[in-house]
Design a protein around this ligand. Structure first.
Ligand code: G5P
Ligand code: MG
Length: 219
């Protein structure tokens, strides 16, 4: 299965995708994680992307599309993917359809994780992620066992540079004015599924699993 997870910043895409991809045995591909890895490794791609990300802006389509489509061609994605944070523009969605079509694949469903803006702001300002593998925590609702240390790999936790100040508001504005149009795009293809993301992590995980099983049963 190839599944897209659409949701505003802080809606839980990364948190939920990490668990779901294991359950479904498909690869979790997160465009933001790929960019942060490239920035950490100081590659040419990372240097280009950094200024947009720190500023809370979208990285230009041509850079983003090339990076994600390249990743989708790797053998580890052959069994299917759970895309987190991509596509984010109509041009990206069209490029994804074309790229999958070339290898006789398609998007099976696009899930929208709905969360109110006030809750998103609260979650983002409390979020910490780990340096080694970008595992996600929240100081209020999902704290690590030892403060500042990842439960899973023992690496140090840090706050993302775009989770501070104005960048948070700017990213949310971009989502609700631009990325939101993807809902019409996938509704038009009869692939859109909406899931309420404003519950506990465990409840949302259950609801997502049910939604995906129901969707698979319809095809
Ligand atoms: P990213 O990395 O894709 P965003 O901004 O889209 O970043 P973000 O912020 O990573 O999305 P998320 O993954 O949806 O949000 O949320 P998360 O990290 O899992 O959870 C947020 C917090 O809520 C955590 O503290 C978690 O513990 C808590 N939480 C999670 N789930 C739940 C739940 O179910 N219930 C409760 N109560 N709490 C929960 O993109 C970064 C930048 O990269 C560039 C852009 O510059 C972007 O700003 N970029 C792109 N640019 C162009 N096109 C693209 N396709 C791009 N992709 C990335
Ligand atoms: Mg994320």
């Amino acid at each position: 299965m190839n599944i897209i997870l659409i949701g505003a910043q802080g809606s839980g895409k990364g948190t939920q995708a990490e668990k779901l991809s294991t359950t479904l045995n498909i690869r979790h591909v997160a465009s933001g994680d790929l960019f942060r890895k490239a920035i950490g490794d100081q590659t040419e791609l990372g240097l280009k992307a950094k200024k947009y990300i720190d500023d809370g802006k979208l990285v230009p389509d041509e850079i983003t599309i090339a990076m994600v489509l390249d990743r989708l061609q790797s053998p580890e994605c052959a069994n299917g993917v759970l895309l987190d944070g991509f596509p984010r523009t109509i041009a990206q969605a069209q490029a994804l359809d074309r790229g999958l079509n070339e290898v006789n694949k398609l998007v099976d469903c696009a899930i929208y994780l709905e969360v109110p803006r006030a809750e998103l702001l609260k979650r983002l300002s409390g979020r910490y992620i780990c340096k080694a593998h970008q595992h996600v925590y929240n100081i209020e609702s999902n704290p690590p066992q030892v403060p500042g240390i990842c439960d899973i790999d023992g690496s140090e936790l840090y706050q993302r540079s775009d989770d501070r100040g104005e960048a948070i508001q700017k990213r949310l504005d971009i989502f609700f004015s631009e990325t939101i149009h993807l809902l019409d795009y996938y509704e038009g293809q009869q692939k859109l599924v909406k899931v309420n993301g404003n519950h506990s992590i465990e409840q949302v995980q259950k609801d997502l699993t049910i939604a995906i099983i129901e969707r698979a049963g319809q095809h």
